[in-house]
Design a binder for this molecule. Structure first.
Ligand SMILES: Nc1nc2c(ncn2[C@@H]2O[C@H](COP(=O)(O)OP(=O)(O)OP(=O)(O)O)[C@@H](O)[C@H]2O)c(=O)[nH]1
Ligand SMILES: [Mg+2]
Length: 260
């Protein structure tokens, strides 16, 4: 499976070199692409240095800070155009442990359309989170699951493997959200298409170096989008149709009918 690991960055100079080195040891054959949105702290130089040392690493420099969702869509388009079979999403700040990659990639290779590194299934954890933050993240996920009919415990998670066909099946131009909303929107589209999603437990570590880029705006955006999609599903009966489609037995195949 030709794999492209996409790492979005904005001012991650203190993290990126080590992260790239750890990804390389965990997935030695994967290519890596750093999508950097105008870092001013020397992130790009670190990427280029590491690329020279390790090879199979490239930098996609972008002229403005367009958000996490936009950075991933950019990376996905390039990866699809270049014929990769699988694409990985991973944060640069060491919150996601590259040592989880082999099992996630193995599942994708076995045909799972979307593999999610999940904090909220047995074996997953977020050590050291304040009660308020954990509450917001847990209930944000529960709200998304209820409103959108997702049987997924961590739809906001940003550590993922997509098979290329999954990304090809989704109209990336229609995906609008950023941050957590982007992750939920992508999950929602994958489920809507009836594709296979599996959650793998991960331990999510808080960033030690660098600053968080997720602001209140991104949480509010996610909340509004979930509410809008959920209500629109309800009024258009889309959710009911989706559930019926996913639970009803498959139609007899044309050849089966011909043989009868
Ligand atoms: N290219 C690009 N990368 C971004 C942008 N915003 C965030 N990132 C990167 O996306 C990843 C996740 O962002 P974080 O700020 O760590 O968000 P978070 O993990 O929800 O927040 P913390 O828990 O505070 O770390 C990091 O690698 C960031 O550098 C952006 O606008 N463009
Ligand atoms: Mg982070």
């Amino acid at each position: 499976m030709r794999t492209l690991v996409i790492v979005p960055t904005h001012n991650e100079a203190d993290n990126i070199a080590e992260l790239l080195t750890r990804v390389r040891s965990a997935a030695p054959t994967a290519d890596i692409m750093v999508v950097d949105d105008i870092s001013s702290d020397g992130t790009r130089d670190r990427v280029l240095d590491t690329a020279q040392r390790l090879g199979q690493i490239r930098l996609e420099p972008r002229g403005r800070k367009a958000g996490l969702g936009d950075a991933y869509r950019h990376g996905f388009r390039i990866g699809l155009a270049e014929g990769y079979d699988a694409m990985v999403e991973i944060d640069a700040d060491h919150s996601h442990d590259p040592d989880d990659l082999p099992i996630m990639l193995a599942l994708a290779e076995q045909g799972i359309d979307l593999v999610i590194g999940s904090r909220y299934i047995p074996g997953g954890a977020v050590p050291g989170w304040a009660r308020r933050r954990l509450w917001l993240s847990r209930w944000g996920n529960r709200y998304a699951a209820i409103m959108l009919g997702l049987a997924i415990n961590d739809a906001t998670a940003g550590y993922r493997v997509y098979r290329a066909e999954t990304l090809r099946a989704i109209d990336l131009d229609r995906i609008r959200a950023d941050g957590y909303g982007f992750q939920i929107e992508m999950t929602y589209r994958v489920v809507e298409l009836g594709l296979k999603v599996v959650e793998v437990p991960i331990v999510f570590r808080d960033r030690i170096a660098g600053e968080s880029k997720m602001h209140r705006r991104i949480v509010i955006e996610a909340f509004w989008l979930i509410t809008r999609w959920g209500l629109s599903d309800l009024f258009t009966q889309r959710r009911r149709r989706r559930t019926l489609e996913l639970t009803s037995p498959p139609e007899p195949h044309e050849t089966d009918i011909a043989h009868r």
